[in-house]
Design a protein around this ligand. Structure first.
Ligand SMILES: *[C@@H]1O[C@H](CO)[C@@H](O)[C@H](O)[C@H]1NC(C)=O
Ligand SMILES: *[C@@H]1O[C@H](CO)[C@@H](O)[C@H](O)[C@H]1NC(C)=O
Ligand SMILES: *[C@@H]1O[C@H](CO)[C@@H](O)[C@H](O)[C@H]1NC(C)=O
Ligand SMILES: *[C@@H]1O[C@H](CO)[C@@H](O)[C@H](O)[C@H]1NC(C)=O
Ligand SMILES: *[C@@H]1O[C@H](CO)[C@@H](O)[C@H](O)[C@H]1NC(C)=O
Length: 403
């Protein structure tokens, strides 16, 4: 596969911008109409037919708009604070409508009650952080967590919701496995030790009740694979003496190792949730990172394009997930899928594009990879809430139907 430097450069710049965003201070609470509606809502799925699959459906108009605003002070990072930088709010006026049921509006109190006394970790790259931040904003109207981060740097964040005895953690990991020479500014391949987990997360998840794990776009950059201390292959490394094993080889092994670590670490007793790969919407160069994402509305089913890369990543991660699920079951571990891929395929309109920085800022590449906040990434956490609810009524129809 031929590589264009420009493409890589763009992806890496997006990643860098995402990595070095500043922290925000906490501001006074908002009082939102949304919060009243949410507290009023029963937050139970409303079944309309026999079959309810919360991960399959369509986006329908929703004039009420987003679940929180850019003034709620929950720490929306500039890179995804699209409305702040002049984006209109139309993209927020859609709601996910699963086939056969209605997804209730997120109820932050319900969420916090369900995770009372628990600890939840988001493990992954800046898209995982995107979801973690979204959750923090969605909970912001009912509870302010205490910053319990002890680590320096930006890779680990730890917050404690005192009233609910709930710990929310983000652990940054680009490839899930041990990765050396990860330099977003360089085209030098990252060296992946495919059999060794990235200890940054592996050493921190043992006591977690939920580990929400994901990986994605870093596997579209040049990679060298190391197994048993030997280079076994690469992807896009343009070396004559190293076999090109494709990016999917590394992706597969990374999930094998990550899931294997969770299954083998005998003290881990939590639930593993695979958050499936998040689509990008660069146009005209789909996936590869060149172009823009200027669309103003969700795709219709007819407009959706087949994204071969995305389908392959999804297939590979699901295969590894199924294998791990079987193994984990023997040890009483629960494996669940938070499938966001299908819903997000429809949302080319919800990436920052050029609204992640002040207008007139020296030209940057378009970000068609992360998701604006507020925006449809909030739906990921609405789906997560439904999963937590069905966990709580094990064996019920919900439990089977959703997970
Ligand atoms: C709250 O629920 C009641 C009954 O279900 C309904 O009549 C009322 O309109 C709801 N209020 C809001 C603010 O959603
Ligand atoms: C929120 O967005 C508006 C534009 O709708 C902008 O004028 C304002 O500065 C933003 N506020 C913050 C705190 O980002
Ligand atoms: C808080 O949760 C932890 C488990 O995460 C539990 O061990 C502890 O007893 C809880 N504390 C209170 C006060 O409920
Ligand atoms: C949270 O605490 C860590 C460690 O003390 C600190 O580096 C970080 O800036 C804090 N975050 C916020 C948002 O205050
Ligand atoms: C491939 O060749 C380069 C230089 O020709 C060498 O530095 C490198 O170690 C070789 N790699 C392998 C896996 O043999």
């Amino acid at each position: 596969m031929r590589v264009s430097k420009a493409i890589l450069l763009i992806i890496l710049i997006i990643v860098i911008v995402a990595l070095i965003r500043p922290n925000h201070r906490e501001n006074p609470p908002p009082s939102s109409q949304y919060q009243r509606a949410a507290n009023n809502a029963s937050s139970d799925l409303i079944r309309l037919g026999q079959k309810c699959d919360i991960f399959r459906g369509k986006w329908v108009p929703y004039p009420k708009g987003p679940l929180y605003t850019n003034t709620s002070g929950c720490g929306i990072e500039d890179g995804v604070s699209c409305i702040k930088f002049g984006r209109d709010t139309e993209y927020t006026k859609w709601r996910w409508k699963p086939d056969g049921c209605e997804l209730p509006v997120f109820n932050p109190t319900r969420f916090l009650e369900l995770v009372r006394g628990k600890a939840m970790a988001f493990v992954g790259d800046s898209v995982a952080r995107n979801q973690y931040k979204s959750l923090k904003c969605m909970l912001h109207s009912v509870a302010r967590p205490v910053n319990q981060t002890t680590e320096t740097g930006t890779r680990v964040k730890r917050y404690f919701y005192t009233h609910y005895n709930f710990t929310l953690v983000y652990i940054g990991s680009t490839h899930l496995v041990k990765a050396v020479d990860v330099d977003p500014f360089s085209l030098k391949p990252a060296r992946l030790h495919l059999e060794e987990p990235d200890e940054t997360w592996a050493s921190r998840v043992e006591n977690m009740d939920y580990v929400i794990i994901s990986a994605g776009h870093w596997f579209s950059r040049p990679l060298i694979y190391v197994e048993k201390n030997k280079i076994t292959g690469c992807d896009m490394c343009r070396s004559n003496n190293v076999t090109d094993l494709t990016r999917y080889y590394g992706y597969k092994k990374a999930f094998q190792t990550a899931f294997g670590t969770l299954v083998d670490r005998l003290n881990f007793k939590g639930t593993v949730i695979l958050r499936t790969i998040s689509p990008t919407h660069f146009e005209p160069e789909y996936w590869e990172g060149r172009g823009n994402c200027v669309r103003k509305r969700p795709f219709t089913r007819d407009e959706i394009r087949i994204d071969w890369y995305l389908n392959m990543f999804l297939k590979v991660q699901m295969e590894e997930f199924r294998a791990a699920e079987r193994e984990g079951r023997e040890r009483g571990l629960r494996f669940r899928v938070l499938d966001v891929t299908e819903a997000m395929r429809f949302r080319p309109d919800a990436h920052p594009n050029h609204y992640g920085h002040p207008p007139g800022h020296p030209k940057r590449y378009a970000d068609c990879l992360h998701w604006c906040m507020p925006g449809p990434i909030d739906t990921w956490n609405e789906l997560l809430l439904q999963m937590l609810k069905s966990e709580n009524k094990e064996g019920s129809e919900d439990g089977k139907g959703l997970l």
